[in-house]
Design a binder for this molecule. Structure first.
Ligand SMILES: *Cc1c(COP(=O)(O)O)cnc(C)c1O
Length: 385
């Protein structure tokens, strides 16, 4: 049994559900017993166009047949083309590629510290993040993460991080008390419970960081790549970031991370300042080119429409306390324990995620309407039972 082998040999960091997935297509996955599920989590927002999508597969297979890896000692097409595409679509100027969200955020921290050290002095090293945020599992990105329970086992963490609430006065206070290089925020806290940034705070934050030459860095690892109905979630808020980090959905299911660097910081990293063996891998980049190429206005409109549909369906419904989120990043707070709702859904063929005390939905961006409405019906039942 795969479950037994996994339990014996894979490090015990994941409390997996007792389901072994063997295949799938689009938003439907199948387990080892042939039972089908609607996938409302898409691998935590990774399989942007679903499982084994034809167009995505073609992009990946074509590139695997040409060259799968060459290291960063040589030029390869997909890496350069993807960087160009990301910059063209965002107005950012350069891209550093890694392999995960945490690595993208590590790059952002390095860029902020080097920029501030050169411009203001090496003591300007503090990075501000929000309480209840999530930025990754490496020691530095754990330090950035504003939730104490992630920190307890791994002291000492990287110094130089200060956590604040969504309050401009707390930000001003933190900047007065520390030598600050930058601020790193999520536009919707994903792991933190699908909590959107306050709009007023976002505007004040944007102005304050510009006035004080503090880098505004947006963690779009989960919210990016069409998830919220814009290419990047900061576009919903009119923010003008200096650095944007992204990962999860970017390559539709292959490992990738990217730090997009704006005008101020585009030349901060020089030869030897940073690197990654796998970063810019041609297969991941070819996959990402295909994903980004499909996130056009028509698709984004669909994402907004489907997201509004889901939110409408849960407003004022029995057993539901609140609904949050944007586009196809949705948090539903049930009145009963979320674990019970999740279990009911699973038993009735719908796979969802949780975040804190909420059910979290991150379906594929192209989930068909009839599949989505089936899942919604099951989740409604689960909340009402
Ligand atoms: C998932 C996530 C990360 C970490 O990404 P990894 O690829 O697991 O390193 C960082 N920030 C946010 C907002 C995330 O949702």
């Amino acid at each position: 049994m795969i479950m037994d082998i996994d339990k014996e040999y894979v490090a015990g960091t994941y409390n997996r559900f007792p389901i072994e997935i063997v295949s799938g297509k689009g938003s439907i996955v199948k387990d080892v017993n042939g039972k089908e599920y609607i996938d409302m989590g898409s691998g935590i927002g990774v399989t942007a166009f679903g499982i084994a999508d034809d167009e995505w597969q073609k992009a990946v297979i074509d590139q695997i047949g040409k060259v799968q890896h060459m290291s960063n000692l040589y030029y390869t097409g997909p890496c350069a083309e993807l960087a160009k595409e990301l910059c063209t679509r965002t107005g950012m100027k350069k891209v550093f590629f890694g392999n995960s969200g945490a690595e993208a955020n590590e790059c952002a921290v390095k860029v902020a510290r080097k920029y501030a050290a050169e411009k203001k002095g090496p003591e300007y090293s503090t990075i501000i993040t929000l309480r209840n945020s999530f930025h990754g599992r490496t020691l530095t990105t754990l330090s950035a993460t504003g939730q104490d329970h992630y920190h307890e086992l791994y002291q000492p963490l990287t110094p130089g991080f200060v956590h604040i609430g969504m309050d401009i006065n707390e930000l001003k206070d933190a900047v007065a008390k520390n030598k600050v290089a930058g601020i790193l925020i999520e536009c919707i806290q994903g792991e933190g419970g699908v909590i959107p940034l306050d709009e007023k705070f976002a505007k004040e934050l944007n102005a304050f960081t510009k006035e004080n030459d503090i880098l505004l860095m947006i963690d779009e690892v989960q919210t990016g790549n069409g998830r919220t109905g814009k290419l990047y979630a900061y576009m919903n808020y009119g923010l003008e970031p200096d650095v944007v980090t992204t990962a999860k959905g970017l390559a539709g299911g292959l490992p990738i991370g990217a730090a997009l660097l704006g005008d101020k910081v585009k030349d901060v990293l020089g030869f030897g300042d940073h690197g990654s063996t796998f970063g810019g891998n041609p297969v991941s980049c070819a996959a990402a080119l295909s994903v980004i190429g499909r996130i056009d206005d028509a698709l984004l409109e669909e994402v907004v429409k489907k997201g509004d549909y889901v939110k409408d369906q849960f407003k004022g419904v029995e057993g539901v306390e609140s609904v949050t989120g944007m586009g196809l990043m949705i948090g539903i707070k049930p009145k009963k324990p979320v674990a019970e709702v999740l279990k009911y859904c699973m038993d009735h063929g719908v796979l969802c995620l949780t975040a804190k005390d909420k059910l979290r939905l991150l379906p594929a961006l192209n989930i068909p309407m009839d599949v989505l409405s089936k899942a919604v019906a099951v989740i409604k039942d689960a909340c009402a039972q």
